[in-house]
Ligand binder design. Structure first.
Ligand SMILES: [Fe+2]
Length: 195
């Protein structure tokens, strides 16, 4: 399977497009894909020696959340499984890892590293996912605050889980902010709004 904007959008629509409950997830995926495209192109232009795979960054941005088709919990792992099922090389599929599983499960399971982003493409994906919900990107700290506040208003999430998500977000924030610093430095920009 080719990995580019077209195939990324195709997979996002295939797995998230038929369920009204996943409509905002699909919208978010499009925003992350669009941002990934801008970020990857800019970093590739500024740093040709890095040999960034822009097409792959776009692909990952659009399809990173297809695992929600299986379940929201550990959807990152489900995304990787679905990509492998779709015929993607397992080493490439692994680059779809994102989110805060390292903080949520890594320590408990005694293996933090398996949940870290893979390569610069993985860092760009994690950065983009954490910078934009729908529409324009914001500073990661701002988006983390927004996620915590929004989760508090969802009645179907049990209080213990809300607390767990909030705690892990606070724990993961410094790591996400390091990716933000790396991405902005490589892009030669001061803030996400400049993309
Ligand atoms: Fe996700």
């Amino acid at each position: 399977m080719e990995t580019n904007t077209q195939t990324g959008k195709l997979l996002a629509t295939k797995y998230l497009g038929n369920n009204p409950k996943l409509a905002t997830r699909l919208e978010h995926s499009i925003s992350v894909g669009d941002l990934s495209s801008k970020v990857a192109k800019r970093i590739a232009q500024n740093n040709p020696e890095l040999n960034i795979n822009v097409d792959l960054c776009e692909f990952l941005g659009y399809c990173h959340d297809i695992g929600y088709f299986i379940s929201p919990e550990k959807h990152e792992i489900h995304t990787i499984e679905l990509l492998k099922k779709e015929g993607l090389d397992p080493e490439i599929a692994k680059k779809a890892m994102h989110g805060q599983l390292a903080e949520q499960f890594g320590e408990k399971e005694g293996n933090v590293r398996q949940y870290f982003p893979v390569g610069i493409e993985g860092i760009i994906l994690t950065y983009c996912d954490m910078s934009v919900r729908i529409g324009e990107p914001v500073a990661i700290k701002e988006r983390a605050r927004e996620i915590i506040e929004r989760i508090k208003t969802i009645p179907t999430i049990p209080d213990a889980l809300k607390k767990d998500i909030e705690d892990n977000m606070i724990k993961a924030l410094p790591r996400f902010e390091r990716y933000e610093q790396i991405v902005l430095a490589l892009a030669g920009l001061k803030s996400a709004k400049e993309f």
